[in-house]
Design a protein around this ligand. Structure first.
Ligand code: IPE
Ligand code: IPE
Ligand code: MG
Length: 259
């Protein structure tokens, strides 16, 4: 091995342990957002129905959660169903909901044992009763988790989230509870689903699409964006570690200049 830059020679591609160590040596994001995209294409490339891609995507979620704990990332948000995803055929929408109910039953114990605290963010009250019940149960059972907070964005839309916050603020104002002139960005953020959580330092989107699709518009204004061609059902811890290594190399200026 004499060709190529030192960077690519000193690390074995696909070696999970090496990438984990390399990621751990750098700056660790406090919050990572995942736009889990490419399930349908993954299935179609295999001649399978799209729904099989969603089923396989659950395995990626299962693999990534312990990897986040390995890294010491305290918050993660997974985009599971957007307010726009209702445009899909109802069989696919219901398959996704059924998968969620199944996941919540199968993984409840493991999540609790790993110290994961799971929360759903989005217009959960619009979801079918069985889904709401499964979420409620999962949130309740995992409420004492302290290793990793996982937000599952379900029937989530960033514009809807902001509009909802504005309506809540208007109600508080009408009730004489807030002084609009003094309302700060931090106080506004307390009306969002992510109240009390750090903004995502890093947003990862799989499948090669380079857009945010209504994901965390308020919280993501200064997020580092990482796009990979890897389809979500193929996404494994090594891909997460590589993304975190890439993140650690970014120069975040937040509008300022470097020291
Ligand atoms: C992401 O995969 C999962 C959801 C949006 C629920 P897609 O289903 O969007 O997969 P593609 O983008 O069609 O391949
Ligand atoms: C974004 O993926 C939503 C989720 C991953 C849940 P989509 O596949 O729905 O996004 P678009 O339609 O390509 O923007
Ligand atoms: Mg998609």
């Amino acid at each position: 091995m004499t060709e190529g830059p030192i960077e690519s020679r000193s690390f074995i591609e696909g070696d999970e342990q090496i990438w984990l160590e390399r990621a751990r040596a750098g700056s660790i994001p406090r919050h990572i957002g995942f736009i889990m995209d490419g399930n349908g294409r993954w299935a179609q490339r295999r001649g399978l129905p799209r729904t099989e891609g969603h089923r396989a995507g659950v395995e990626s979620l299962r693999a990534v959660i312990p990897a986040l704990i390995n890294l010491g990332v305290p918050f993660a948000t997974f985009y599971a169903f957007s307010t726009e995803n209702w445009k899909r055929p109802s069989e696919e929408v219901h398959f996704l909901f059924d998968l969620l109910v199944q996941y919540s039953k199968e993984d409840r114990r493991e999540l609790t044992e790993r110290g994961v605290k799971l929360r759903a963010i989005g217009q959960v009250d619009e979801l079918p009763a069985a889904v709401r019940a499964a979420i409620w149960e999962l949130e309740r059972e995992t409420s004492r988790g302290t290793n990793l907070t996982v937000n599952v964005a379900l029937n989530y839309g960033g514009r809807q989230e902001i509009l909802r916050a504005v309506k809540d603020i208007a109600r508080s104002f009408a009730a004489g509870e807030i002084d609009l002139e003094k309302l700060s960005e931090a106080e506004f953020a307390a009306y969002l689903y992510t109240a009390g959580q750090p903004d995502p330092d890093l947003i990862i989107r799989t499948s090669g699409e380079m857009r945010l699709s209504n994901f965390l518009p308020w919280q993501g204004t200064y997020s580092e964006l990482y796009f990979t061609e890897v389809l979500w059902p193929e996404f494994r811890p090594v891909h997460l570690y590589k993304a975190v290594v890439d993140y650690a190399g970014r120069r975040r200026r937040f509008g300022g200049i470097e020291a």
